[in-house]
Design a protein around this ligand. Sequence first.
Ligand code: GDP
Ligand code: MG
Length: 396
Amino acid sequence: MKIKRFTAPTMRDAMNQVRTTLSADAVILESRRTANGVEVVAAIDCDHFAPPAAATLASPQGLAAAPRNSFETRLQDDPELIALKNEVQDVKRLLQEQLGGLLWTQARSSQPQRAHLFSRLSQLGLSSSLCRELVAGLAASFEGERADNAVLSGLAQRIPVLGSEAVSEGGVIALVGPTGVGKTTTIAKLAARYATHFGSRDIALVSTDHYRIGAQEQLFTYGRLLGVPVHTARDSAELEALLLKLADRKLVLIDTAGLAPQDRQLAAQLSLFRPLAGKLRTYLAMTASGQASDYEQTIAQFRAVPLAGCIFTKLDEATRIGAALSAAIQHQLGIAWLTDGQRVPEDLQSPRADTLVRRAIVLARQWPDRPDDDELARRYADATTAATRGSAAHAL
Ligand SMILES: Nc1nc2c(ncn2[C@@H]2O[C@H](COP(=O)(O)OP(=O)(O)O)[C@@H](O)[C@H]2O)c(=O)[nH]1
Ligand SMILES: [Mg+2]
């Protein structure tokens, strides 16, 4: 592997240098802003390194147009080639691990303050790329506690929270999300909260959950307790007609079926709302203690309907909320409410970014995750790869 450092006034110039000196196949390991522009560290696998000729530089168009040749076909069918491909992938993984270690060692010796902050943020459960972005944004002159405070307030500033007017302004609100996250309970909490402030006469509840026995009964029970009528709708025509009938209500809360993202009925459930986009606000409910991959999958599936924001539930059960915060930041999903217990309506809170950061810190102290150096190196390498993918895409 050949590794080279490039400096240039702009990212575009730096990428041109990388392409000309190494090749279009070069991998960007690190990029950062300097007083004079940008500094990029790029690497190329020596086996594949040949001085690039302008005509052979890879271009997206070229790749798109390339026909599938017989080698590509064999790569999928031939057992020997498949074994070879797996071996290459193993070697690649090994190289990435070693490279991660190298980058992490380098970061620790050349920028110990930043490396320390990366490690601290990472222990909150935040995504590696977010940790890296927060640390990269730190002014070089900040040290010690001042640096800690600066990155934590940087984190708070990036957490998208929605104001409490989300309910107080009323309208038609639907909650969607995976099974058992607490949608129905949250609907009851929202209805009770609104009823306390404005009376129950202006509220209606709607259930579209006809998939599970007892699911509607749960909402009817809450409705009876709160003195709020509960309606049902099986398809979008019924829902649309019902919403017309309930047009005089200040707040209509729609409960949906708890379906797992991989459930085939999910598409049918979400299609209920598509014709009504613009007439209602849909919030995605997710537990606060999920893993990054859970959030990726859930958000990807439920994005089929336009989302006005999200709700993080079961904060009381969470031992870490960094992944939830990272998902909200990365997907720019404003957090509308938090729930932290089963009590209706007490355990419903309006989010505050600084409180969420404090909570993440307290949880990390209570449930420490002390990654060893190899793990930190892996996270740092992950973040570097993600960042460079982004900046390369931006520059090219
Ligand atoms: N610990 C805790 N449990 C909750 C919270 N919200 C809901 N639950 C519980 O989670 C379970 C599933 O809630 P439900 O509202 O039926 O979920 P749904 O399938 O998404 O509608 C119930 O036992 C609720 O009491 C919360 O904030 N904290
Ligand atoms: Mg439910």
